[in-house]
Design a protein around this ligand. Structure first.
Ligand SMILES: Cc1ncc(COP(=O)(O)O)c(C=O)c1O
Length: 425
């Protein structure tokens, strides 16, 4: 059947994409670290040049998927070129994954996330990691998992599956919209805990509103009541600085392909210690899945996979470390505060939070009677500006470091124009 949206999508893609050959993957020098102090705009401009996103495209939606910059792409393609020669040194050595511990890929990411290598399993995406948590946690029929009403389908559905199949009870608490402070969220969670609650599973950063939940306090609350704490951190790595061992949670999942701009097909599962590993079954298994000496690496025994993906992951971690997570987080927050304040001036309803501590680099606003799908299509097909939201009138505006204030002003100008065209005061 003719699908208007796909047709428009492909038409715009054809009009703006440029052939990307080896030339486009050529290394472009990274800015010197001290350029930031001398000329901040030039510093971020040089980083913008690392991305293949055409210079006239404004991408306010890395919340769905990121764009891998040149150093990551180079590592991936070099990785394929190397490994596909099939000239690995050992006679048992092949470009295969799923049977080794691959510490050379796990360790840099574990360090980046404030974890130890033995606590970190690299998987293929956050959905897979969430499925490991929901399928694997030792629970009986009637035991409860407490989730929020803002979980992504990839966080909620694995629990619904477990519930339908094995009778685990999924209880939801309503997130305040917007939360005025962290205490309000903690109180909602505390009030929803029952004697049957075994696990609290919530997003670290809400996909729907961008709220950064008080993870450390939630983990402490769960621990004080003997409840397992698990976070879906799909949006956290590369957006905010995360120190998993400082958070003190039992389980944490996430994606590296969004804000860290790593290879598509990268996700992870963190497990705090042996005692939690003893209570989480594998979902996918091959030889080694039940070897307790392997710690988190036993959750990586998933069969063959893709090593160049992991080479791309290392390059993404290197780039983020080169820039510095403090700097990345501050930039994302500054841009987010700016777009948030500008949308508030325009009468938008705030669905993130008035408290900057509960925001990262996503601002979500409700803007009735603007129809978000109409605005989203119009912005992309006519103006090369990408946003995403939810029907009818929610806009989710993501502000990664590679954007500039001028990019945001372009979006704001177009938003004003759209409202004028639609006769919205
Ligand atoms: C909170 C959350 N969890 C999970 C996912 C799914 O992530 P992945 O594509 O890595 O499976 C998303 C994707 O947007 C998300 O926002």
């Amino acid at each position: 059947m003719f699908d208007r949206r796909n047709f428009l999508g492909s038409a715009v893609a054809a009009s703006i994409s440029h052939p990307v050959g080896a030339q486009a993957l050529k290394a472009v020098p990274l800015p010197a670290a001290d350029l930031h102090g001398r000329d901040e705009d030039a510093y971020w401009k040089a980083l913008r040049a690392q991305f293949l996103i055409p210079s006239d495209v404004v991408n306010l939606n890395v919340g769905t998927v990121g764009s891998s910059p040149r150093p990551v792409l180079k590592a991936i393609f070099d990785g394929f070129a190397q490994t596909e020669q099939m000239t690995q040194p050992g006679s048992e050595d092949y470009p295969i994954w799923g049977y080794g511990s691959w510490d050379q890929y796990r360790r840099p990411f574990a360090d980046f996330m404030g974890a130890r290598v033995e606590q970190m399993a690299i998987l293929r995406n956050c959905t897979e990691a969430n499925s490991y948590v929901a399928n694997g946690c030792d629970m009986k029929a009637g035991d409860e998992v407490l989730i929020s009403d803002e979980e992504h389908g990839s966080g909620e559905m694995p629990w619904m599956l477990r519930s339908r199949r094995y009778g685990v009870v999924v209880k939801k608490f309503a997130m305040p919209k917007p939360p005025k402070d962290a205490a309000e969220i903690l109180n909602r969670i505390n009030d929803a805990i029952t004697p049957r609650t075994r696990i609290i599973f919530v997003s670290h950063i809400s996909t729907s509103t961008g709220v950064v939940l008080p993870a450390k306090e939630i983990a402490a609350l769960a621990r004080s009541k003997g409840i397992v704490s698990a976070f879906d951190g799909a949006h956290a790595p590369g957006m905010i600085k995360v120190d998993l061992n400082d958070i003190g949670c039992d389980l944490y999942t996430g994606s590296m392909h969004k804000w860290l701009f790593a290879t598509k097909g990268t996700g992870f599962l963190y497990l705090r210690d042996k005692s939690i590993m003893d209570r989480v079954w594998n979902t996918i298994a091959t030889g080694g899945y039940d070897d307790p000496t392997r710690m988190a690496d036993r959750y990586m025994q998933i069969g063959s996979s893709c090593i160049p993906t992991l080479m791309g992951l290392n390059a993404a971690v290197d780039l983020a470390n080169n820039i510095g997570m403090d700097r990345i987080e501050a930039r994302g927050r500054m841009l987010c505060d700016y777009i948030h304040a500008e949308m508030m001036k325009r009468g938008a309803e705030d669905w993130t939070s008035p408290d900057p501590a509960l925001r990262g680099a996503i601002a979500t606003v409700n803007v009735p009677p603007v129809q978000r799908m109409e605005l989203q299509d119009w912005l992309w097909t006519h103006h090369k500006v990408r946003i995403r939201g939810g029907n009818p009138s929610k806009l989710r505006l993501a502000t990664p470091y590679f954007l500039s204030k001028a990019d945001i002003d372009r979006f704001l100008g177009l938003y004003d124009e759209f409202r004028k065209i639609k006769g919205i005061a």
